[in-house]
Design a protein around this ligand. Structure first.
Ligand SMILES: CC(C)(COP(=O)(O)OP(=O)(O)OC[C@H]1O[C@@H](n2cnc3c(N)ncnc32)[C@H](O)[C@@H]1OP(=O)(O)O)[C@@H](O)C(=O)NCCC(=O)NCCS
Length: 153
């Protein structure tokens, strides 16, 4: 049984970017295109409709999670990453849980993930996300497929 985690989310600031890049480096793989440049983070922060959070555990940034509102009824989870040294402790699951509570008034929550990303697929299915259609090849131009998942209330 996993211990009860004390996880919280806080909006990221520009000063967090170097830490976030170090965390993303630990998670980079064939199934995950990590955010490894300052420019990508600054562009993300500059988007008017994006909410970008650091995942905090015991006062330390252990990951990041973000979403965008596509319209009044639809949110898109645009990022989720946990420092690989803390993976498998329930942090990703808890962060999604907190985000979905924040989005409880939103009717549709969407995301894209790599079909071979077993841990991510497991978490999303746990919360009721369903796969839509077949994976699309080279979705982000990284040569890898992505599958859309939707959670409808
Ligand atoms: C995916 C990711 C966010 C998960 O974070 P995490 O904190 O390790 O996840 P948790 O510990 O909360 O939960 C992992 C769950 O996946 C399950 N899991 C892990 N590996 C699995 C596998 N190969 N097959 C099936 N389930 C698996 C675990 O058993 C756990 O589920 P449980 O609590 O029901 O037992 C993290 O590994 C990560 O940052 N990966 C790289 C970035 C990424 O892929 N992000 C997602 C983009 S869509």
């Amino acid at each position: 049984m996993k211990n009860k985690l004390k996880i919280s989310l806080r909006k990221i600031e520009e000063e967090d970017i170097p830490t976030l890049i170090e965390i993303e480096k630990t998670a980079s793989s064939k199934t995950y295109s990590a955010m490894l440049t300052e420019k990508e983070w600054l562009d993300e922060l500059a988007k008017g409709n994006a909410m970008v959070y650091a995942i905090i555990m015991d006062g330390e940034i252990v990951g990041d999670i973000s979403y965008e509102m596509k319209n009044k009824n639809t949110a898109y989870i645009s990022g989720l990453c946990v420092n690989s040294k803390y993976k498998g402790q329930g942090i990703g699951k808890e962060a999604i849980k907190i985000l979905l509570e924040d989005l409880k008034e939103v009717k549709i929550v969407e995301l894209l993930t790599h079909p071979d990303n077993a841990a991510a697929m497991h978490i999303y299915k746990f919360f009721g996300f369903k796969q839509v259609g077949k994976p699309k090849e080279n979705y982000f131009g990284d040569g890898e497929p992505r599958i859309k998942m939707i959670f409808k209330k």
